[in-house]
Design a protein around this ligand. Structure first.
Ligand code: ZN
Length: 287
């Protein structure tokens, strides 16, 4: 493979209201495991966390669920958290801006992180949005979806996480996260490219060859008009430390994946969707 083939290039143009900045990140597993065991000890006698009618204290993601505040929000000073329930009729349709969205990326690893499956971009992968340069970091999945559209939860949501290249070394990097929603339907070609390459064991990682998984096989499932339709808003990472420097882009067109594909991912990562957060005075833009 030559360097051109190594660099998957994809150019997609669509409209939206804002300059993009950001995404969600990796949970610190060591910290999580430590806290998990604390929670398990504290609540060893109970089936569920206090006030929580869903997450068992023994569940591997119990600590995250507790921090994310199903029943006891811990971050009342944080007013721009994600995910949110996007009410389409309330979204602001002004301020549209033509935007250029180009990925030059290669995907070189598939990881089972326990709380999610994650595929990593090869170092040097970039995307350009409205002239701003972002470094592609990774993409991962949530089952079910984290964002709701008009109150509807979808069975799966994919997050493509990028950091503003100028901010990579900053204490608080700026993120751009592109979210793709999935519903049950036909088998998805893009997901098929990597699903059997994700290790079954938590903490394991498999190397991918250049060209095995192609992001353009995901974006080619959007038509010209579909790719122009999205919601954008300023929010946060949906995993600790919930940093509020994320420009979210949620594509409106919902892709299909087979029930078997979604169930396989759900089996690997469990329910890893953060609960929806208050919108407060934020504006959600629709294009
Ligand atoms: Zn995510």
């Amino acid at each position: 493979m030559n360097s051109t083939q190594h660099s998957r290039s994809l150019a997609i143009s669509f409209c939206f209201a804002f300059l993009f900045l950001f995404a969600c990140n990796n949970t610190n597993k060591e910290q999580q495991k430590t806290s998990d065991s604390n929670i398990s000890n504290e609540h060893a006698q109970s089936d569920t966390l206090p006030g929580d009618n869903e997450v068992k204290a023994e569940a591997p993601d119990a600590h995250v669920k507790a921090e994310q505040g199903y029943a006891f929000p811990l971050h009342t000073d944080r007013l721009a958290q994600s995910p949110i329930d996007i009410i389409s009729l309330d979204a602001d349709k002004v301020g549209k801006e033509q935007i250029s969205f180009a990925f030059h990326s290669d995907i070189n690893a598939a990881k089972n992180l326990g709380h999610t499956i994650e595929l990593e971009f090869k170092e040097g992968s970039t995307c350009t949005v409205n002239g701003k340069n972002y470094t592609c970091r990774q993409f991962h999945f949530h089952t079910p979806s984290e964002h709701l559209i008009d109150g509807i939860t979808y069975p799966m949501e994919m997050h493509i996480v990028n950091t503003l290249t100028d901010s990579v070394n900053a204490n608080k990097p700026s993120y751009l996260v592109v979210a793709v929603l999935f519903k049950i339907g036909a088998e998805n070609k893009f997901i098929k490219e990597f699903l059997d390459k994700v290790p079954n064991e938590e903490g394991e990682e498999d190397t991918l060859q250049t060209g095995e998984v192609k992001l353009d096989d995901l974006f080619s499932q959007f038509t010209g008009n579909d790719i122009k339709s999205c919601y954008t808003y300023q929010g946060s990472l949906t995993t600790p430390p919930f940093t509020e420097s994320v420009q979210w882009v949620i594509l409106k067109h919902v892709l299909e994946a087979s029930e078997g594909q979604i169930m396989t991912i759900e089996k690997l990562e469990g329910n890893n969707a953060r609960h929806v957060q208050a919108i407060n005075d934020r504006k959600i833009y629709s294009q």
